[in-house]
Design a protein around this ligand. Structure first.
Ligand SMILES: O=P(O)(O)OC[C@H]1O[C@H](OP(=O)(O)OP(=O)(O)O)[C@H](O)[C@@H]1O
Ligand code: HPA
Ligand SMILES: [Mg+2]
Length: 184
């Protein structure tokens, strides 16, 4: 899927496919250096992180293992409540492993705050975060994000794993949707 398949549903492209590729290469270089003498386990948060995991991991030269978690934030409305339920747990034991959580977006930061606490309770050697996109609210929570792809303003985005009503994850860029898509 690409911009030409979107008719007038696309409002604007914020980050192009090329920009995403270059940024992933830059961050992969940092990760390769930081984990040069360590084992590395990438933990992707389903479903948003699927594309980011595929893109980032293929830019790494360091061998790494991958595992997946699915979590659900629930509460009133569309914002994360910070109360998180595990829908699918990791297959692997992360005790003494160096874990790098891979996420598409940190918005309120509540999902990741909970996840970092949960993974830290399992006795890993380290837990760090790569987020493709960070939004401004993430600064309001006590969350250290070691690798950030892009800082974007507080508007709803789709593409590269990010969905609206489960659609648009397969756009190769990050963009915004026209108001009519939301029924406005
Ligand atoms: O920082 P927060 O406000 O907690 O929001 C970020 C989380 O919300 C989205 O996932 P979602 O639960 O919508 O599921 P998905 O990955 O399957 O789209 C996104 O992929 C992050 O995991
Ligand atoms: O901007 C967003 N887009 C898609 N999913 C999201 N989950 C939190 N923020 C977003
Ligand atoms: Mg997600």
């Amino acid at each position: 899927m690409d911009a030409k398949d979107m008719g007038d549903d696309l409002e604007k492209v914020l980050i192009s496919e090329d920009q995403i590729k270059v940024r992933n290469q830059e961050i992969a270089t940092e990760i390769d250096a930081d984990y040069a003498d360590k084992d590395l386990l990438l933990v992707g948060v389903l479903k948003g992180a699927v594309m980011v995991m595929a893109d980032l991991s293929r830019e790494l030269h360091h061998p790494c293992a991958m595992d997946w978690m699915a979590v659900s934030s629930y509460g009133a409305g569309t914002t994360s409540s910070g109360v998180v339920r595990i829908l699918k747990d990791l297959d692997m034991d992360i005790k003494d492993r160096n874990v790098l959580i891979v996420e598409d977006v940190v918005d309120s930061g509540l999902t990741l705050s909970w996840l970092v606490g949960n993974l830290n309770s399992r006795g890993p050697a380290s837990v760090e975060i790569y987020a493709m996109v960070r939004k401004p609210l993430a600064f309001d929570v006590d969350l250290k994000i070691k690798y950030v792809g892009f800082d974007l303003p507080n508007e709803f985005i789709v593409g590269c794993g990010l969905d609206y009503a489960e659609k648009y994850r397969n756009l190769p860029f990050i963009g915004t949707l026209a108001p009519h898509v939301y029924g406005n």
